[in-house]
Design a binder for this molecule. Structure first.
Ligand SMILES: [Zn+2]
Length: 165
């Protein structure tokens, strides 16, 4: 079975041109380091130990979605600035966790309703973006788990399945 989502227009604009003007991550570790350097406030909770939060915060998804995460960070910053927040304010948005779940990107964060709407938009965006390579994809449950892949990755038997993140 194949699922199809449509993304509301206002969200499309917030995530437009995902591949433009974004840094190119060399590896998962490099991608995370770039995010932490550029958006330290958004990731400040990763240093705090909490009962329900892993001690080492990691992006639990594959590289095709890294541009979506980057764009989400930019959108959250813009929204926070529109609220006249400073990065040192406690109300500045902060991620609790970023992960793949049921085939789409889930970004759990501390923030207001509009910020959570942006996270939801990223989720909708991921539902049509291949998690492995970032090409246009669709949500599929053709295997043991649900995942969003482009046609080429879905047909591939490459070992990326063995290391999901
Ligand atoms: Zn692909």
């Amino acid at each position: 079975m194949v699922f199809r989502f449509s993304v509301p227009r206002e969200f499309e604009e917030a995530f437009a041109a995902l591949d433009q003007a974004l840094p190119t991550p060399g590896s998962r570790g490099a991608a995370e380091a770039q995010l932490y350097l550029r958006f330290p406030g958004l990731f400040r909770l990763r240093h705090m130990e909490r009962p329900r939060m892993p001690i080492s915060f990691e992006m639990e998804c594959r590289p095709g979605w890294w541009p979506i995460i980057w764009r989400l960070c930019e959108n959250l910053e813009r929204e926070a600035c529109r609220e006249w927040l400073s990065e040192h304010d406690d109300q500045w948005p902060a991620f609790r966790q970023i992960k793949e779940k049921y085939g789409t990107l889930k970004a759990y964060l501390r923030g207001n309703d509009r910020m959570r709407t942006l996270a939801k938009a990223a989720e909708l965006c991921s539902a049509r973006t291949g998690e492995v390579c970032g090409a246009s994809g669709i949500l599929r449950d053709e295997h043991a788990w649900v995942e969003t892949l482009c046609d080429r990755c879905a047909a591939s038997k490459d070992p990326w399945r063995q290391s999901r993140w």
